[in-house]
Design a binder for this molecule. Sequence first.
Ligand SMILES: [Zn+2]
Length: 266
Amino acid sequence: MNPGPPARSPTDPGLVITCEHGGNRIPRAYRPLFADQLAVLDSHRGFDPGALEMAEELALAFAAPLVASTTSRLLVDLNRSIGNPALHAAQVRRLSAEQREDILARHYRPFRNRAEQAVRRTIAENGAVLHLSSHSFTPELDGKTRLADIGLLYDPRRPGECALCRRWQAALASAAPHLSVRRNYPYAGKGDGLTRWLRQRLPPDIYVGVELEVNQRHVLEAGPQWPALRQLLVTTLRHALSQPQAGLPALRAASNHSTTPRGSTP
Ligand SMILES: [Zn+2]
């Protein structure tokens, strides 16, 4: 299904799309560390299959800046804070402090800076931002099957995030009642990640951060339902944003004058 050209309706707030786990590339200097890890790199532990396609489709549909990475989370996980034990895979944790600092300087801080700049620029232009962080989750983890199709992750203490996720979930339930859409599943939205890092810097009336989690089952089956699901997520988000947003005054006010299309960040 072709999403067509970007269509900015007057109800679009300022959106920023990010994708922290978009690929499984390992920079040349660190490839020997992963020489016997190719199967792991290709698995859900190396990256989020489909998350980059989803992010690109959202960015195109909403004419929003996209900040994405295709470096594997095994080298450095862009959705973890410095100091989190899960920031690096085990073989990277064993490197010297200098080497790990080099990885942060080349592959971590530039991404975080680009994401923060895109968010702050959109706030400056629109008064508020909706930041969507695109992810996907493995259908089976530790022998447990995860039945949900879509997860919407947010901080329950942020009213704008609650309101938006409830409306998006309702729009999905109405448009696609066969899909299971859960809030704060399979993870808690207030856990460590890029959205939490930005929440610590920006108040709830100007920053709304949501992680979109798609079940990789839809991606890996590679049938027509995957592009259809991406399109469904775009149209239902547009619908959710078109309604009066309890708890989202800044976003609603911003939508009246956010008419300037913004380009993508490479
Ligand atoms: Zn992810």
